[in-house]
Every structure is written in structure tokens, then in C-alpha cells.
Design a protein around this ligand. Sequence first.
Ligand code: HEC
Length: 178
Amino acid sequence: MKKIFVLIFLFILSFVYIYGTFCLQSGLPEDIDGYRKWTRLNKKIIGPKAADPHHGFKREYVNRSKSELVDSTGNLIFPYPEGTIVVKDVRKTAKKNSRLVLLSIMRKLPGNETTGGWDFIEYTRSSQGNSFIPINFSKESCYACHRGASDSDSVWTKFNNSWLFTSGNSTAWGYPCG
Ligand code: HEC
């Protein structure tokens, strides 16, 4: 009998682990479901910096395969194609399953001509048990900073040929996701 309880407990535990690792957290939009299996834009985790616009430990993902994004020499092709989604996952610590504190999204969609072709939105939550909600920050304000990356279609992070993030304060190696 005891064994059955242990088995049930382990089953629930593994379900919780799988859910926490792969499933979309409540309040986040469905079109980013499974984003942790998308192509990673930064191989190294981007750690917190002084005056950080998105404070925390960041991994970035794009809903395109590497071959769609780079030319034959391995350099990124700009602009990003229509329908591209870039997700920045910001966690409290560098651990893969550390608490998600902020999720920033850029979507290449028509109707965003004044913001570099990108729609910007960011989600956060008041505490771990609560749903994510969009933060009150206009896409124009996001773009006011992101336009500084105009050489790379308003996307700051670029993986180079060896997939290493070379600028910024990187603190640890990223994990291949999925
Ligand atoms: C003051 C400047 C600044 C503002 C404002 C800002 N960002 Fe960023 N954002 C950055 C920088 C710099 C990066 C590169 C990674 C890093 O260091 O966080 C970045 C990275 C990102 C990324 C990953 C793609 C990339 O560019 O590397 C997304 C998605 C993103 N930001 C969304 C947003 C959204 C949505 C808003 C508004 C709610 C916003 N950002 C406001 C500076 C800014």
C-alpha cells in the first residue's frame, strides 16, 4: 500500500515538474506557447546590469529556425520576417527553472510602422501564485530605446557565428532548452 502512495506522489511530482518546465504560465498569450523550445538568440544568459531595463537573468528565444535567420556565412539577416516573435524570459536567478519574473515580447506585425514594424508588450505578476498581466508601458516607449539597435532591426541581441553572446554582462552559460 505504501508503495502505491509513493508512486502516486512521484507521479504528481513529475507532472508538476514537467508543467513548470514546459507549460505556459497563466496570463501569457497562446502564440508563445512552447517558446522555451524555440531558437535561442543568446547562448549565454544575460545577467542583471546597473540601470537594467529588464532586471534579472535573461534568455531570449525566436520562433524561427536558425537557417531562416542567418545567411550562408552565419550572420543574421535583417529585417526579421513578418510574423517573427522574439521572447525575452527574465528569471530571478540563473537557474533554468528559477521564478519567471518578467516576460517581454516583440512581434513583427503589420500596423506597427511607427515602432520599427514591431509590436512590444511586457508581462509581469504581483506574486508567484497570480496570473501574468501586461505592464502599463507603451510600445512607443519600448521602441524609444530599441530604436538604438536600428542596425539589427531594433533587436539588441545578436548571436554571432559561434552562437556566443559577446556584449553585456554575461554571468553563466545558458542551457539548451526543450
Ligand atoms: C532603456 C532601454 C530599453 C527599454 C525602455 C526597453 N528595452 Fe527591451 N531590451 C533592451 C536591451 C538593452 C535589450 C538586450 C538584452 C538586455 O540586456 O536585456 C533588450 C531586449 C529585449 C528583448 C529581446 C530582444 C532584444 O532586443 O535583444 C525583448 C523582446 C524586449 N527587450 C522587449 C521590450 C519591451 C516589450 C519593452 C517595453 C515594455 C522594452 N523591451 C523596453 C533595452 C530596452
